[in-house]
Design a protein around this ligand. Structure first.
Ligand code: SF4
Length: 266
């Protein structure tokens, strides 16, 4: 993973813990509005329950990834000014942060796409899109707030769809998941090599010993999916956030750009 597209909490002022709203759910034990600091955030922007997030019900924090937007907004766009001591800018920061998070997420996918030999025919288009998005992330807060982020998403999505088609061609086992909803489904031991899992709901699905190599995971919801001993070699558009939200073990085969979560069984 490119370093600047990975969260670096030490260089962020806890923006995700303030700017984002929470709704009481399986992911958060309490409600919180946007702009309201989480009750667990210290005055020095440290999470006071960092080591026990799952035990305390903050599963959403375990799986959240800002793709480096936090440190970019804190250190580059606002030049080290934090929201506590620059209260006049805090509202603006909380609007800008999720916009930059989306741009960084798109950049993360595009960085993966441009490294694939299967996408060589569209490398130039991908490169131009990366330059365009990176340029946007360095614009002024007002420019970012006026940006048509949905249009940006649609433009990027076209390239990611082409990437997925090219990458999975000739790799698929032929088995397809035709439904959208596979919540709690028993897919254990199946051969889903090269499958299109785009946006699939795989919450709490049993994926033990499943061959998921070269599958496209973009937008798939893997919360509490059991990936024990599953094979995710060459998985496309798989994020650390998705893996952090799932279950797995030491036998789960992960791509080299994904770290094995500490909370997985050993
Ligand atoms: S629990 Fe910790 S990581 Fe989650 S929002 Fe609160 S301070 Fe941030």
């Amino acid at each position: 993973m490119i370093r600047h597209l990975k969260s670096d909490c030490a260089n962020c002022f806890g923006l995700c813990c303030v700017a984002l709203p929470f709704a009481r759910s399986a992911d958060f034990p309490l409600d919180k509005n946007s702009g309201e600091p989480c009750q667990n955030l210290s005055s020095s922007h440290q999470c006071l329950v960092h080591k026990s997030l799952k035990e305390k019900g903050f599963n959403g924090c375990v799986s959240y990834e800002c793709f480096g937007a936090g440190q970019h907004v804190s250190q580059t766009l606002y030049k080290g000014e934090d929201w506590r001591s620059h209260a006049n800018k805090s509202k603006e920061m909380f609007v800008v942060f999720p916009i930059v998070q989306q741009l960084h997420e798109m950049l993360w996918y595009l960085q993966q796409a441009i490294r694939l030999k299967e996408t060589s025919i569209i490398h130039e288009e991908i490169r131009e899109m990366i330059i365009d998005l990176e340029g946007n992330t360095n614009e002024s807060p007002q420019y970012l707030m006026d940006l048509d982020i949905q249009q940006q998403r649609m433009n990027v999505n076209e390239l990611l769809l082409q990437t997925s088609e090219s990458y999975r061609k000739n790799k698929s086992s032929g088995q397809k998941l035709v439904r959208h909803d596979y919540i709690g489904a028993h897919l254990n031991g199946q051969n889903l090599q090269g499958a299109n899992l785009r946006g699939k709901l795989l919450i709490a699905a049993n994926l033990k010993h499943t061959n998921l190599s070269f599958a496209d995971f973009i937008g798939a919801d893997l919360r509490d999916a059991n990936l024990s001993a599953a094979n995710l070699t060459g998985a496309l558009f798989l994020t650390q956030s998705q893996i952090n939200s799932a279950k797995g073990n030491h036998m789960t085969v992960l791509p080299d750009f994904i770290e094995r979560p500490n909370h997985w069984l050993t």
